[in-house]
Design a protein around this ligand. Structure first.
Ligand code: 4NP
Length: 156
């Protein structure tokens, strides 16, 4: 298997994509696969910040520490550096598509919950302004998707 760089994208890069990055990196490390996961936001309001304490707490519950992560905004070189760019919802998808340059870059961009990774296309809902259990829902969706992503990477 060749080395893969995988980028997870949401709006603020403090709630959803840090969970996606943390899950994927944790799993590939355990499997000894040569995969690098990173994450970023389409917006930069939280740049430099740690993930939201609710994301940190949710991942702690499952034994995964994401306190090494810091929020950042997506940048042009991400479209060259990363092989696959997974977006959490359709708004992230259209924002990321709008800044991609050319077909090669556009072809790297997918919704993270799609037919291949989740059995159907679905969005990862933004849990930022909701009750706390939104984070458990997000975790469960992304746990399924990251398992499927790893199976796909292993086959390629
Ligand atoms: P995320 O959630 O996109 O999953 O990181 C959000 C975090 C912060 C904001 C929006 C969404 N915000 O508007 O500050």
């Amino acid at each position: 298997m060749k080395k893969y760089n995988v980028l997870m994208v949401c709006l603020g890069n403090i709630c959803r994509s840090p969970i996606a990055e943390g899950l994927l990196q944790h799993k590939v490390n355990q499997l000894n696969l040569d995969v690098h996961a990173d994450s970023c936001g389409t917006g930069g309001w939280h740049a430099g910040e740690l993930p939201d304490p609710r994301s940190i707490g949710k991942m702690d519950e499952y034994g995964i520490d994401i306190r090494y992560q810091h929020s950042r905004k997506i940048k042009g070189s991400d479209f060259e550096e990363f092989d696959i760019i997974y977006c959490m919802d359709s708004s992230n998808l259209s924002d990321v598509r709008s800044i991609a340059k050319g077909k090669e870059q556009l072809d790297k961009i997918e919704l993270i919950l799609n037919e291949k990774t989740f059995g159907k296309e679905e969005e990862v809902p933004d849990p930022y302004y909701g009750a706390g259990d939104g984070f458990e829902f997000v975790y469960r969706q992304l746990d399924v998707a990251t398992d499927a992503i790893i199976e796909q990477l292993k086959k390629s």
